[in-house]
Design a protein around this ligand. Structure first.
Ligand code: HDE
Length: 739
């Protein structure tokens, strides 16, 4: 029989032995040395994964799982063309049966997510705090895998919902995997892991009808918040703009808990981990987030996927906030309480390295879906604090993977394997992969595998004194639920406060039980009277008495609009350039170039898919007037053009709506040439925006940039780029306008 010409290939990389290639070594030193050899740079994980990557090429045959090529995969085997299907058809059975079992349980929380590969490079070693090699060796390029997620929604839910975002980072270090399974908000709803099932049951859809999907705007969530005072601080963060990020690349990441650093002398410090995005921390506005959930449910995952494909690699600075052990009790909050942050005004963040995402996954399921982050994955030099939330998580993550990924061998799935080969005496169980030669118990007569002394890199748990009488209680300072909630609210700018009032009013507006309304207003009144009064008015509750004892303190670091930690740049932003045939080429081409130089993505929107022409110039359209909305962009530019057809095209309802919607979402808007008159007469007439009446060459009024004529002007581009860098035109009052 003739063999099929091409068969699927597994592409092994010679320098990357698989488990089965590795002979069991006889000494601990040899094991550790082998591990180091494997981690030879940035793409070490990529090379390792390529051992397991199947390349399906043109001409590959369809085969059964046992390797036999199949002649027909379209018709099942039947007794005659119209007869019943025969049990004998193993190909049919294998195909259907595999399909029947394709789904695995989605994550019980953080089900919706997207992950990306990258690397971490240290620039500032910190031996004074930790002997973790990855935080001391500036010569390494440590592979990382970062999964972003929402918490409440199912795997198919929309990206832009109001929710906390997961920010789970795995470092594939030479000493093993280190996972910082963090969020984009630095505090958490609850203080003790035993409350986790309660908070999650409450925020997930209501059990009787599974409504609503991916949102807390329902009775059970607010019932729980109103009855659980420790949620006060996090509740404010989730009602702030932090919960509707503009992009994964424009979010902070936080380890949330205090972890412990141990240095070479055994000295311990508490540490909080921070990720600061190079593109700044920016958010959608709520109306935009709501619309995008329908217009492009994949908005965030697509944004980052596209950026990486285009070579615009997102970056974060990695920072540590360190408190020496002897200063543990210097604060008016408890470091072990995850509902509290350490204000940067008290302990600055020291930035020590850069994380860059530079590679999309090859296949979603084996990588993004099967990655199993565990808070218990730490490396020597890093340890756990006694934070009761963290302690509970250390059990939960390992435990959940067992049911989600089908048994205790989930660490042998390629995306979960460390770079080094793994030796231990665990054997068997569902889906065991390595074939191991040698002993499976310790001690054994072969001296392998055996424990490694600390001096050779063996992990030793921290030597913390433990004392006390067993009790179901919490630390004394845990009961101050209000100070940091007030600190957060006081630190917001007026715009951010307005957004928070709207967010509370939206969410509570969807709650039916007025008892919950009343309790929430009481809770808010404990934090800030003005907040409580405004929300009460919007949800039909009486204004509460002004009994608030707001301490009035502010942090200079918490606001996204005027906080000290903020970065303003046009990099990573998207501009929709709306053109039709016979557009004015000079200003369009000049702006395209200027935006590119600023690291901004210029996307052409035209009346049709394909190309738009003007004289000898033609541009390909990324979107049509029909396939996008203004929500897809951070700013829009409607170019002018010549001829009657151009003027007619401008009066399209889509274009007028795009401008008005962008105006309402406080985005920069630019027009040139014939579009100036169109803007002033039709798109933004004086009843909407009385101030838009420029007569000069380049005019900017309330973030609307007008360029007269058809000649380019460098000032036009710089004005737009400056406005983009500020993210929104906050001074534009849109309170009376609906898009
Ligand atoms: Fe999680 N969390 N969590 N969590 N969490 C999970 O683990 C849990 C908490 C976070 O992209 C689960 O693999 C408990 C805080 C992220 O794969 C589960 C408690 C923070 C992800 C689990 C918390 C997080 C998870 C579900 C209270 C920020 C997604 C699937 C003690 C610091 C990871 C899984 C990914 C996922 C338990 C609280 C972040 C069930 C018990 C606080 C980013 O194990």
């Amino acid at each position: 029989m003739e063999r099929p010409s091409k068969r699927p290939r597994i592409t092994p990389q010679p320098e990357q032995p698989t488990h089965t290639d590795v002979e069991m070594t006889s000494t601990a030193e040899k094991v550790l040395n082998t591990a180091v050899d494997y981690a030879t740079g940035a793409n070490a994980k990529g090379r390792q994964l390529s051992n397991y990557t199947q390349v399906v090429e043109s001409g590959c045959p369809i085969m059964s799982y046992f390797g036999v090529a199949q002649a027909d995969t379209d018709s099942s085997l039947k007794a005659g063309p119209r007869g019943p299907t025969l049990l004998e058809d193993y190909h049919f059975r294998e195909k259907i049966s595999h399909f029947d079992h394709e789904r695995i349980p989605e994550r019980v929380v953080h089900a919706r997510g997207a992950a990306y590969h990258g690397d971490f490079v240290l620039h500032t070693p910190i031996p004074e705090y930790t002997n973790a090699a990855v935080l001391n060796d500036t010569g390494r390029r440590t592979p990382v895998f970062l999964r972003f997620s929402t918490v409440a929604g199912s795997r198919g839910s929309a990206d832009t919902v109001r929710d906390v975002r997961g920010f789970a980072v795995r470092f594939y270090t030479e000493e093993g995997n280190w996972d910082i399974v963090g969020n984009n908000i630095p505090v958490f709803f609850i203080q003790d892991a035993i409350k986790f099932p309660d908070v999650i049951h409450a925020v997930k859809p209501e059990p009787h009808n599974e409504i609503p999907q991916a949102q807390t705007a329902h009775d059970n969530a607010w019932d729980f918040f109103s009855l659980t005072p420790e949620t006060a601080h996090m509740m404010l963060w989730t009602m702030s703009d932090r919960a509707i990020p503009r992009s994964y690349a424009m979010m902070n990441g936080f380890g949330v808990h205090a972890f412990v650093f141990v240095n070479a002398e055994g000295k311990r410090s508490f540490v909080k981990f921070h990720w600061k995005p190079k593109l700044g921390v920016h958010s959608l506005v709520w109306d935009e987030a709501l619309k995008l959930a329908g217009q492009d449910p994949d908005f965030h995952r697509r944004d980052l996927y596209d950026a990486i494909e285009a070579g615009n690699y997102p970056e974060w600075e990695f920072g540590v906030q360190v408190v020496p052990e002897e200063n543990e009790h210097d604060f008016d909050f408890d470091l072990l309480d995850a509902t509290k942050l350490i204000p940067e005004d008290l302990v600055p963040v020291k930035y020590i390295g850069t994380l860059t995402l530079n590679r999309n996954v090859t296949e979603y399921f084996p990588e993004t879906e099967q990655v199993a982050f565990c808070t218990q994955h730490i490396v020597p030099g890093i340890d756990f604090s006694n934070d009761p939330l963290l302690q509970g998580r250390n059990f939960s993550y390992f435990d959940t993977q067992i049911s989600r990924l089908g048994g205790p061998n989930f660490n042998q799935i390629p995306i979960n394997m460390p770079l080094c080969p793994v030796f231990n005496n665990q054997r068997d169980a569902m889906h065991r992969m390595p074939i191991t030669k040698g002993a499976n118990y310790f001690p054994n007569r072969f001296d392998a595998p055996h424990p490694v002394p600390p001096a050779k890199g063996g992990f030793v748990p921290k030597a913390l004194p433990v004392h006390g009488v067993t009790t179901r209680a919490r630390g004394e300072k845990f009961s101050d639920y209000l100070s940091q909630a007030q600190l957060f609210y006081n630190s917001m700018s007026d715009i951010e406060k307005t957004h928070m009032v709207s967010a509370f009013s939206f969410e509570l507006g969807k709650v039916e039980d007025t008892g919950i309304h009343k309790r929430i207003v009481e809770r808010l009144n404990e934090i800030d009277h003005s907040l409580a009064a405004q929300v009460a008015a919007n949800i039909g509750q009486a204004t509460p008495p002004n009994t608030t004892k707001n301490h009035g303190k502010r942090s200079a670091f918490l606001s996204q609009i005027n906080g000290k930690a903020q970065t303003f740049t046009a990099q990573g932003r998207k501009v929709g350039i709306f053109v039709q045939d016979e557009f004015d080429t000079a200003p369009v081409l000049a702006l395209q170039l200027a935006l590119k130089a600023a690291g901004t993505l210029a996307m052409i929107v035209g009346p049709r898919k394909g190309t738009v022409k003007s004289g000898a110039t033609s541009l390909s359209t990324q979107f049509t007037f029909e396939t996008c909305r203004s929500t897809h962009f951070d700013a829009i530019y409607v170019a002018g053009g010549s001829g009657e057809a151009y003027a007619k095209g401008l009066s399209s309802g889509r274009l007028v709506h795009a401008v008005r919607e962008a105006y309402m979402h406080q985005k920069p808007i630019a027009v040139s040439g014939s579009a100036v008159e169109w803007l002033q007469r039709i798109a933004l007439p004086s009843e909407i925006s009385p101030a838009i009446s420029g007569q000069g060459k380049v005019e900017v009024e309330k973030g609307v940039v007008l360029l007269e004529g058809t000649v380019e002007s460098p000032q036009f581009a710089t004005t737009i780029i400056d406005l983009l860098a500020m993210h929104r035109v906050w001074e534009r009052d849109v309170s009376q306008i609906a898009a």
